[in-house]
Design a protein around this ligand. Structure first.
Ligand code: PLP
Ligand code: COI
Length: 341
């Protein structure tokens, strides 16, 4: 398979149209068998539920070329399960797990020419999503839906790759108590757009959102969970009912315990204790682990001891081990790697 002529090493995290995407439609209570199509545009009613009432959810996962030339994805079963939770919370039909995984496989295989080569630093980002498609004007769910998966080759989510980030504590909330913060609803990201634009205008890379009820506890950023390391090398991740259950974070906790012999705990993390941590990172499919060097809380600077030039030592070990598993350099736990080719 001849690869596309793409400058793999200089890709940012942006959309590039690829050859094929998977589409399946839900009508009269059932999903059709779906197909790979070439047209990357979507046509629908001006009154589609997704356009009026944001009835949409999505997922994000990556395909990798391994050191020995295979193409694999990482834990797509967990993306399927999370999308099931999102669909149920948003009154959408579930796209069955086996079919979700099969659609991902089909899209990667059909766009093999866009899968970045091993060692290029780039990956193929997959975006499964679903939306309410038919017209509704009263506030109620659609009854016709479309499930799609497209893919696009990407580089690092944050410019500068693994250069430590500066983030601010946001005055905006991302999720409401008992709301939709724990699912991957498009509306959560609409909520965060003003906050991210104003963070960038003020020179910050991202926002740290606090818990919406008491505004004393660390939640997550707009697109990644937090991971902290204590001065005695314990991994700590925030526990909250209103953050997205990150597959990367859950995998890193396993890696910390089972591969690196570290203690790891998921617990409530107060903003007031962040100054005592040794390292901080943002973890997610897009972010992988992006180190945080400085957190600014209304003018008060919290500088992580790991500094502003490189990843902290524990973060680096977690990063190397996780990416080693994803790229086939390190043996993966049973069931983590889905081989496509
Ligand atoms: N938190 C938010 C709000 C996200 O959008 C993402 C991205 O998917 C994550 C966390 C990380 O989740 P995952 O590791 O499953 O990609
Ligand atoms: C991901 O990491 O897959 C995300 O969805 C984060 C962001 C691009 C929305």
């Amino acid at each position: 398979m001849e690869k596309k002529n793409i400058d793999w090493g200089n890709l940012g995290f942006s959309y590039m149209e690829t050859d094929k995407r998977f589409v399946s439609n839900f009508k009269d209570g059932a999903w059709d068998e779906g197909a790979l199509i070439s047209d990357g545009n979507v046509t629908m009613s001006e009154c589609a539920c997704v356009l009026q009432y944001a009835q949409t959810c999505f997922e994000g996962l990556k395909a990798y070329t391994t050191e020995d030339g295979h193409i694999v994805t990482f834990r797509p079963d967990l993306n399927a399960e999370r999308m099931e939770a999102s669909a149920k919370r948003l009154e959408m039909p579930v796209f069955p797990k086996e079919r979700f995984i099969d659609a991902v496989v089909q899209v990667v295989a059909a766009n093999e020419a866009y899968v970045p080569p091993f060692g290029s630093g780039a990956t193929l980002y997959l975006r499964p999503y679903m939306y309410g498609k038919n017209a509704v004007i009263g506030v109620k769910p659609a009854d016709e839906f479309e499930f799609r998966v497209f893919c696009t080759p990407v580089g690092p989510y944050f410019k500068g790759g693994v250069k430590p980030l500066t983030i601010r504590v946001s005055d905006f909330d991302r999720a409401a108590p008992n709301g939709t913060g724990h699912i991957k609803a498009g509306l959560n990201y609409a909520m965060s757009l003003h906050a991210i634009v104003s963070a960038h205008e003020e020179g910050y890379d991202e926002n740290m959102y606090l818990d919406p009820k008491t505004r004393t506890k660390v939640e997550e950023t707009g697109g990644a969970n937090f991971l902290f390391v204590t001065k005695d090398n314990k991994v700590v991740t925030p526990k909250s009912g209103s953050i997205l259950p990150s597959i990367t974070r859950r995998s890193l906790v396993h890696v910390a315990k089972e591969y690196l012999g570290l203690e790891a705990e998921e617990r409530e993390v107060y903003l007031g204790e962040v100054k005592d941590f040794a390292e901080c990172g943002l973890c997610g499919t897009a972010a992988v682990i992006s180190p945080v060097g400085k957190i600014v809380d209304h003018g008060r600077e919290i500088c992580l001891p790991s500094g502003m030039t490189q990843m902290g030592p524990v973060t680096k070990k977690l990063y190397d081990t996780l990416t080693g598993i994803q790229m086939g350099r390190i043996k993966a736990p049973e069931g983590w790697i889905k081989v496509i080719k």
